[in-house]
Design a protein around this ligand. Structure first.
Ligand code: PMV
Length: 335
């Protein structure tokens, strides 16, 4: 099934009910990673995942529909995307799924408060904000579960960006993905914080979409990685319920390292880390050896995110700010 067939099956009304709609969505960082698809066109994952949001960091998207416009106009961070840009083509395909008629196109203006395409989940918050704005522009009145399904058609990890705090993404089993949605765990853990090392804000050499495909098709132990991830997810959900920080942190590191090991075991081998990535990872492990409870995770890029508890913020800031790295200190519970 193609994404367009799925959207048609929803029978969404094509009318535009407001002149312009603006929406915000937080970026999210997976504690247990999504990496692998059971259906490529619908972005249905091989296994479930759980994330914690980046609170005030995310995307704000303004959307309108102009009957005079022949092609969608897309701007991100004040830069108008050109039709030959890969990101234009992806967003263009997404908007075409909902286009009301052959006459006219959308105008989408988005700004990210996280660096674009540097493994900091800006596409996740971008598609989630776009799904929310589409919902308002067309007056669909969809709930967050339905919106998470629409956001997924743009990018898998966008499914988890409709929520603040923890989001659990169910892999589902149905072919059309109606049971593949994310939900708010509705569980507060106000002590949790992110420290994000901004090591490189250049767009990455290989998109996560392509890297995931290459990895799934060529890594010799990919199916084992999927089985291990399922177990890690079940254990992470228990650790969250129990507010067991060290257990959650260990599982988070294991999930990220297993994902990167699978990438490295692909053909061609995929390595997103730079020397600074390894330096920060080793620093985190060193600090843990000294009794500081902090754990890292890395997505499809060189940047490292550290999970810690607010009670250790002063000590951690002191230790990390010595590293000659730019840090973002983020409270996931602040909106
Ligand atoms: O949603 P995509 O296609 O950008 O995939 C991103 C996957 C990771 O960020 C690497 C992991 C995750 O669960 O977010």
């Amino acid at each position: 099934m193609q994404a367009s067939d799925f959207v048609s099956s929803l029978g969404l009304c094509k009318d535009v009910v407001v002149h312009e709609a603006t929406a915000f969505a937080s970026a999210n960082i997976a504690l247990i990673k999504y990496w692998g698809k059971r259906n490529e066109a619908l972005h249905l994952p091989t296994h479930g995942s759980v994330s914690l949001s980046l609170g005030p960091l995310g995307s704000t998207t303004k959307l309108s529909f102009d009957k005079e416009l022949s092609n969608h106009e897309i701007s991100i961070n004040k830069r108008k995307l050109l039709p030959e840009d890969t990101s234009y083509q992806q967003i263009n395909r997404y908007l075409n799924l909902f286009r009301p008629s052959e006459n006219g196109s959308y105008r989408l203006i988005s700004s990210n408060s996280v660096p674009t395409a540097a493994g900091l989940a800006s596409s996740a918050s971008g598609y989630a904000a776009a799904a929310k704005a589409l919902n308002e522009l067309h007056g669909w009145n969809l709930n967050t579960r339905e919106l998470s399904i629409l956001a997924r058609l743009g990018s898998g990890s966008a499914t988890r960006s409709l929520f603040s705090g923890f989001a659990l993404w169910h892999a589902g089993t149905l072919a059309d993905g109606r049971d593949c949605y994310a939900e708010d765990l509705k569980l507060q853990w106000p002590q949790l914080r992110w420290a994000v090392a901004l090591l490189n804000d250049e767009p990455k050499a290989m998109s996560s979409r392509l890297a995931m495909k290459v990895c799934q098709e060529t890594c010799g132990w990919f199916s084992r990685f999927v089985e291990l991830s399922k177990g890690q997810l079940a254990q992470a959900l228990e650790a969250i319920q129990d507010r067991a920080f060290a257990r959650l942190g260990e599982l988070m590191e294991l999930s990220a390292l297993s994902m990167h090991a699978a990438m490295m075991g692909s053909s061609p081998s995929i390595l997103y880390w730079g020397a600074d990535t390894v330096r920060v990872m080793q620093c985190v492990q060193h600090l843990r050896g000294q009794g500081m409870a902090c754990y890292f995770t890395i997505d499809a890029g060189p940047n490292v995110k550290i999970l810690y508890q607010q009670s250790q913020e002063n000590e951690l800031r002191y230790a990390l700010e010595n590293l000659d790295v730019k840090w973002l200190w983020v409270n996931p519970w602040q909106f």
